[in-house]
Design a protein around this ligand. Structure first.
Ligand code: MAN
Length: 546
């Protein structure tokens, strides 16, 4: 995560200061009031006791420095008064009056606030900016207590930050595992899909066979076939069953082979990636068992290829059963006569043929009442095969959708180091005004009113960086968009500005414009630096620590 600390240049310069200069160290001359000791050489008088303006080509008598009158065009002769405060920073290179703040952090206060009769302790805790006593004001030096409090607050902030960094690392570790689980799921699903596709093919074949069987039953009279015909039917049925079983065995064998290859791949990766330094006995035993398995694994049989060719030909070479048919079918031809008649008499012809069909059964020519070819009724076997195919197809499509979902999930942006993956569905909420606001990571933001009504503020759409005005830092913002429509306005949306802390917490929520909600929240997810390392804030200036 990127975290830009907007330190102003003057403050940076203030922090680079050294110990205060005293007159004895400079041979009778003292650094002018309000000047930074880092600039001692710039402020030293020359041999003629003159001062050279810092950024304009003028020299003035040294006695005019800090005489409360602006002599240099760039105002640098007045580092300790407000005399040149009307000049802006493009003219005057000095950032302001330098407050030494011994016991706390040195800093600059704008020239306009020097000797204005107000003690500006939040900037100049030593009160040195009010040295003239304007309006009889006396500003005591409070740097010791203010510095102590500031150091305490900074230490606490740092402690929380470091806790956040540790929490960030655990989140990243969890995200790595979750991602790995998803990747393994893809391998498993791919294997299952291969197996299920085979199953769908089986079911299709079974349905086709059941339909053909039904068709042949409908078309062929059962009686009058004789023993030869019955033997042929029996052989054909047995042949079909054996072929079906052989096909199933072949598919199962291929699916198992695929699964075995995937399992071996997982174990191979496991062996390559495990850390032998962790000394985990269970893991070591597993690795050893895997190595033993590899050493004892039998090579594939040399005739494996012949075997599959044989199976293939058994499956696809079908005897020409028609050659062995004992007699012509009669029902097909009989009912085909219907088509020769004009449409308006066809149903009458059909009734006559049906009566003839009944008479053939009654007189023993046909054994049973068979369904005529024009009938659309489905046999239980065909129905069963249809249902089995529908189930296999729906199972397959379920697995395919699951695979698409997992693949989509893996391609989503879950932030640096995928850290937000570990926070999926972690929710936090806070009361603000008349509402309770909540948001769930990678989920939804919601506004709840006191009557228990929920308003949808948006669904997670991703991240972007924005400036958090309050802390003057660019922070990661989680976006929730396309929420419930706002009356006379846009669809609601919520933006969660995250700050680093070990705890998931909503600090504040404001409706910054109609139906646009700004959350400020803390999360360990933003405690990683841009290079994955912790972006720990600067500790308090060490210079004056007691
Ligand atoms: C509800 C709330 C408010 C929103 C108004 C807009 O009262 O969701 O936050 O401003 O609707 O009509």
């Amino acid at each position: 995560m990127k975290s830009i600390l907007l330190l102003s240049l003057p403050l940076a310069l203030a922090k680079s200061s050294q110990k205060p200069i005293v007159e004895s160290e400079t041979g009778g001359w003292a650094l002018p009031r309000g000047a930074n000791p880092a600039l001692i050489d710039k402020f030293r008088p020359d041999a003629q006791n003159q001062f050279k303006c810092l950024s304009s080509p003028y020299t003035i008598p040294y006695a005019l420095v800090n005489d409360d009158y602006c002599d240099c065009p760039d105002g640098t002769d007045e580092p300790g008064t407000a005399a040149c405060s009307y000049l802006n920073h493009t003219v005057n290179p000095l950032p302001g009056f330098y407050c030494e703040n011994k016991g706390h952090t040195p800093t600059y206060i704008p020239f306009s606030r020097v000797n204005d009769g107000i003690c500006d302790y939040e900037v100049c805790c030593d009160g040195s900016d009010e040295w003239m006593g304007v309006g009889d004001v006396t500003c005591e030096n409070r740097c010791e207590s203010i510095g102590k409090e500031a150091r305490k607050a900074a230490a606490e902030a740092r402690r929380l930050y470091e806790q956040g960094v540790r929490a960030y690392r655990s989140l990243v570790a969890k995200s790595v595992l979750l991602k790995k689980e998803e990747e393994d799921k893809i391998i498993m699903l791919e294997g299952e899909i291969v197996r299920m596709k085979g199953l769908v093919e089986d079911r299709k074949r079974e349905l086709k066979e059941a339909e053909e069987e039904q068709k042949s039953r409908m078309a062929q009279p059962g009686a009058g076939k004789g023993k030869h015909g019955q033997l042929l039917d029996f052989s054909r049925e047995r042949y079909r069953e054996m072929k079906e079983k052989l096909q199933r065995l072949k598919d199962d064998r291929e699916a198992l082979q695929t699964q075995l290859e995937q399992t071996e791949k997982i174990l191979e990766t496991f062996k390559e990636e495990y850390n032998p330094n962790f000394n985990d006995e269970g893991v070591k035993r597993a690795v050893k068992a895997w190595e033993d398995y590899l050493a004892s694994k039998a090579a594939p049989a040399s005739d494996a290829l012949d075997f599959s060719v044989d199976v293939q030909s058994l499956l696809y070479d079908e005897p020409n059963w028609d050659e062995w048919e004992p007699e012509e079918t009669i029902l097909d031809d009989m009912y085909a006569i219907e088509a020769l008649f004009p449409p308006f008499v066809r149903s009458w012809v059909h009734e006559q043929l049906s009566s003839l069909h009944d008479w053939l059964i009654e007189s023993g020519v046909l054994a049973h009442r068979k369904t005529s070819p024009s009938s659309s009724s489905t046999s239980p076997k065909v129905q069963k095969a249809t249902d089995a195919l529908a189930k296999a197809e729906s199972d397959l499509s379920g697995k395919e959708s699951e695979l698409t979902r997992v693949r989509d999930d893996l391609s989503k942006d879950y932030g640096t180091d995928n850290v937000f993956r570990a926070l999926k569905d972690v929710c936090t909420e806070a009361q603000s005004g008349e509402y309770t606001y909540s948001f769930c990571h990678l989920g939804r933001a919601t506004q709840k009113n006191r009557d228990g009504g929920h308003t949808h503020l948006g669904d997670w759409t991703g991240f972007e960086y924005r400036l958090d005005d309050e802390i003057e830092q660019e922070v990661l913002v989680v976006k929730f968009e396309s929420g419930a429509h706002c009356w006379n306005g846009p669809a609601r949306s919520a933006y969660v500005y995250l700050r680093c802390s070990a705890e998931e917490k909503v600090l504040s929520v404001a409706e910054t414009e109609k139906c646009v909600y700004k959350y400020v929240a803390t999360s360990p997810a933003v405690c990683g630096g841009s290079d994955g390392e912790a972006d720990v804030p600067d500790s308090q200036e060490e210079t004056w620590q007691t």
